[in-house]
Design a protein around this ligand. Structure first.
Ligand SMILES: Cc1ncc(C[n+]2csc(CCOP(=O)(O)OP(=O)(O)O)c2C)c(N)n1
Ligand SMILES: CC(=O)[C@@H](O)[C@H](O)COP(=O)(O)O
Ligand SMILES: [Mg+2]
Length: 635
């Protein structure tokens, strides 16, 4: 049995100032306590695990060497920043992490002055940090240092490349720390990953470097003052030996490393040496995702966000899901494979989320027909467009909120040419604990104005399968299907694959007093609310499931407009510009004047919490729908 950690040092660190009072020899102990604290807290209150464990030493070294919060540290994604939170005054409330009204899931400037920028979506740290560095220079804050900490996976994102490109040509003293653990959520992929692997210091190089530096010291050519030049010398030596130019050096960004990211003493030494160097620089750090917790080191994908676990045995505590409805993502993954077996034009595309969206099912069965393109949503869409132009039929699966990155690509590279690409937007609607950066709140509103695009959302798992089948029939053009995070509503997702008439909704039930119009699985909650209202009050309520936002079912809307004085719309998406707005436009365009109450996500960013809590806060959970019905009918 593992001894309980006493957190003797950690409990005295209320801010990085306290950390900086400690002698450097104390840092390994701080790291051990911090690591134990993260393991302990996360075993009870789930969150992003492996990434934070991997950067414990880096986090301690950064706060030890840099004058935070005056110096700006920009974390990329921010899923690795739990150590940062604990060291920056949030230790005692860390148990509230990701809970409603508790600590935010990712660094958030409104929560702490140590959090410098919006985090959540990958690859923005270099651009944001460069902006801060330029601002500091313009304001004459010459002593303010700016650091971007970015993972190897996030470095594969286009935005990171755009940032690097600009860093190389704009005067700045930025430090980019590349935290390379050779993993994204799934395995890192692509040329950047390969390039970084090639940058690994070869054994021969290490031997030569050590021998040379010893000699240089002995000859008096090298001393501590001149160590900085040695790092440069090392890089030239490395380039020479490895016969390739360092891509960062080639872009005028000084490259240092790779260094062992778990040696906190070495890290502090290197950071101290390079922190005040002029000009842009990149420190390449090798870490292990899940470091210090064996199961997480061995199965990094599962332990990216493992849920709760037993910290002694390392076993994940997983709820028994027998008899429960399947995850929507698994219905997608299995159906895609089924369709791919029938239609050899089908290929799958995912930007770095093969496990998250269950495209790993296709990937495993037909590796040559599934593409993980890295954290590259824009590219995923345009790449799909290219394949579609030449006759393939890509199913491009992107989390709804990450698809925001690819808006122009949908319009410019797919919709204008009416290409046959099926966009599957997983995690549509409120996603829960990942909060405002991750809620798939906007897709209905941002997709609706795009010509040529079919937009649908399934009521349940069977409907998802039918929509996927329908979308791959010949010459459908761009087709978007959105569905939520989590489980569906049916116990058996299997059903025959049948065509759905495009633009046709379903009348779920008739009624006379009020029409409730829904889109997507939230319709099930509305149905429950309707049953309750009818049972308790004797009223008569019609329920329409629109199914397609575009083309919208005009016949159905005429029926509603003609027959009802009261309409309630319910959607798991933003009210501004969403399905309710579309209905209102239709009613106005055709001279109908029902009183329309729209339920959905209000015009503000919704915090984190459970989906249930957040729907209630937004006013579209079953209870709220019920009360809206009662209120509308004055019952
Ligand atoms: C734009 C965007 N796409 C996808 C994701 C999902 N995502 C979160 S972390 C992650 C992997 C990041 O890999 P890396 O930067 O190497 O960090 P690590 O997890 O290895 O610590 C991905 C794909 C995201 N947050 N943002
Ligand atoms: C940090 C990040 O963006 C991902 O890890 C995200 O939290 C995954 O979300 P799901 O848990 O819904 O797959
Ligand atoms: Mg990584």
């Amino acid at each position: 049995m593992k001894e309980e950690t006493s957190y003797e040092l950690l409990n005295k660190i209320d801010s990085p100032d306290d950390l900086r009072q400690l002698p450097v020899e104390a840092l390994p102990r701080v790291c051990a306590e911090l690591r134990d604290k993260i393991i302990d807290e996360l075993s009870r209150n789930p969150g992003h695990f492996g990434s934070s464990l991997g950067v414990v030493e880096l986090t301690v070294a950064i706060h030890y060497i840099f004058n935070t919060p005056y110096d700006r540290i920009v974390w990329d994604v921010g899923h690795q920043a739990y150590g940062h939170k604990i060291l920056t005054g949030r230790r005692d409330i860390f148990y509230t992490n990701r809970k409603l009204n508790g600590l935010c899931p990712f660094p958030t400037p409104t929560e702490s002055e140590y959090d410098t920028f919006t985090c959540g979506h990958a690859s923005n740290s270099i651009s944001a940090a460069l902006g801060m560095a330029v601002a500091a220079a313009r304001k004459g804050e010459e002593n303010r240092r700016v650091v971007a900490v970015i993972g190897d996976g996030s470095m594969s994102g286009g935005l990171a490349f755009e940032g690097l490109n600009n860093v190389s040509s704009t005067p700045n003293d930025l430090l980019i720390i590349l935290n390379d653990n050779n993993m994204a959520i799934d395995r890192s992929v692509g040329g950047m990953k390969q390039y970084l692997l090639n940058l690994h210091t070869s054994e021969g190089y290490n031997r030569l470097r050590n021998a040379l530096s010893k000699k240089l010291y002995r000859w008096g050519i090298l001393n501590d003052e001149r160590r900085k030049s040695l790092i440069r010398f090392n890089n030239s030596l490395k380039s020479m030996l490895m016969q390739q130019q360092n891509i960062f050096e080639g872009m005028n960004i000084r490259y240092f490393g790779p260094v062992d990211g778990h040696d906190v003493t070495a890290l502090t030494r290197v950071l101290k040496e390079i922190k005040d160097m002029k000009g842009p620089k990149l420190l390449h750090v090798h870490t292990r995702k899940g470091k210090g917790f064996k199961p997480a080191e061995e199965a990094a994908t599962v332990w990216h966000a493992p849920g709760i676990f037993d910290k002694e045995t390392g076993e994940r505590i997983v709820a028994d899901t027998t008899g429960m409805p399947p995850l929507f993502q698994d219905v997608f993954g299995n159906t895609l494979l089924e369709l791919a077996r029938q239609n050899d034009k089908i290929v799958g595309v995912t930007p770095a989320m093969p496990s998250g969206c269950s495209m790993n099912i296709l990937m495993k069965a037909m590796p040559e027909r599934a593409f993980d393109v890295g954290i590259a949503e824009g590219h995923a869409v345009t790449f799909s467009g290219g394949m579609a132009k030449e006759g393939l039929l890509p199913f491009c699966n992107v989390y709804s909120s990450f698809m925001q990155r690819a808006y122009d690509n949908i319009i410019h590279d797919v919709a204008i040419l009416k290409l046959n690409v099926v966009f599957c937007l997983d995690r549509a609607g409120l996603v829960g604990e990942d909060g405002p950066t991750h809620h798939g709140a906007f897709d209905l509103a941002y997709l609706r104005p795009i010509p040529n695009l079919i937009i649908a959302s399934p009521y349940d798992e069977h409907e998802l399968r039918r929509l996927m089948y329908t979308a791959q029939l010949p010459d459908r053009g761009p087709f978007a299907i959105r569905y939520p995070r989590g489980r569906g509503v049916l116990t058996d997702w299997h059903c025959p694959l049948e065509e759905v008439e495009i633009g046709k909704g379903r009348k779920m039930k008739s009624g006379t007093d009020l029409a409730v119009v829904t889109i997507g699985p939230i319709g099930n909650d509305a149905a429950a609310a309707i049953r309750r209202a009818e049972k308790e009050t004797g009223c008569s309520i019609a329920h329409y499931d629109l199914r397609f936002l575009k083309p919208i079912d005009e016949e159905m809307l005429h029926e509603i407009g003609r027959n009802f004085r009261h309409v309630i719309t319910v959607e798991d998406g933003v009210l501004k510009g969403g399905m309710g707005s579309a209905l209102l436009e239709f009613m106005a365009d055709h001279g109908y004047t029902p009183a329309v109450k729209r339920l959905g996500i209000p015009d503000r960013f919704i915090q984190h919490g459970t989906v249930k809590e957040l729907r209630a806060l937004c006013g579209f959970d079953e209870d709220s729908i019920y009360h809206a019905i009662i209120h509308t009918l004055n019952l």
